[in-house]
Design a protein around this ligand. Structure first.
Ligand SMILES: [Zn+2]
Length: 203
């Protein structure tokens, strides 16, 4: 799985054949196009549903396959990054899963599941985001504690995203902050036992 900010650009870069390096340890191959995965619906924040068809990729050296996942979605989740991060932000402000579920118009069990997983992963994601922030901005101020684990995680991810945008002022369009958060956390925010290092650098 490779998280990309702009699927259209990523598909073109994939066709170039020298943009995406194989993510497998010890393989120095390049990825090329490899069909598409099934079209998927993704619930948008505030209502409505988008669909997208993830591009497939295959390493020309080891022949392992990958899927390019847009940064606006979480792998294998039916709702957008924007929805999930807004739900987490509401939780840091003291809202419970029932209140949040009513606000985002989704089942309580869905929101409870996100919050449980986000809390379990919060320290790993916070640590990874802090490393990314320091790598991008060696003079970065220390991140002040917010009082909650989820709040500390969101703060670190936000600061890493800010540092990345500050380092790339020439970007014609800054990557939306929430998508950048997904890029920086490698799509692992809601994954069981996140282990992967932050996807780096975002492209
Ligand atoms: Zn490979």
């Amino acid at each position: 799985m490779i998280i990309v900010s702009d699927p259209t650009t990523a598909a073109r870069q994939l066709a170039d054949g020298h943009h995406f390096a194989c993510p497998w340890d010890g393989c120095s191959g390049w990825l090329g196009p490899w069909g598409s995965a099934h079209t998927r619906p993704v619930g948008c924040y505030g209502g409505g549903v988008d669909v997208y068809t993830p591009k497939g990729a295959r390493c020309r050296a080891c022949e392992r396959t990958q899927v390019l996942v847009p940064a606006s979605t979480f792998p294998k989740r039916a709702d957008s990054v924007e929805t999930v991060l807004n739900a987490i932000a509401m939780a840091t402000n003291g809202a419970g899963h029932r209140t949040i579920a009513a606000r985002v118009g989704l089942p309580e069990t869905t929101v409870r599941g996100w919050l449980r997983r986000a809390r379990a992963n919060a320290e790993t994601i916070r640590a990874n985001a802090t490393i990314a922030m320091c790598a991008l901005d060696r003079a970065a101020d220390k991140i002040a504690p917010t009082g909650t684990q989820l709040g500390d995680m969101l703060e670190a991810v936000g600061r890493a995203a800010m540092a990345w945008n500050n380092q790339h002022p020439d970007q014609p369009e800054a990557i939306p902050r929430l998508e950048l958060a997904a890029l920086l956390t490698g799509g692992e925010l809601l994954k069981r036992n996140p282990t992967r290092l932050i996807y780096w650098p975002p492209s």
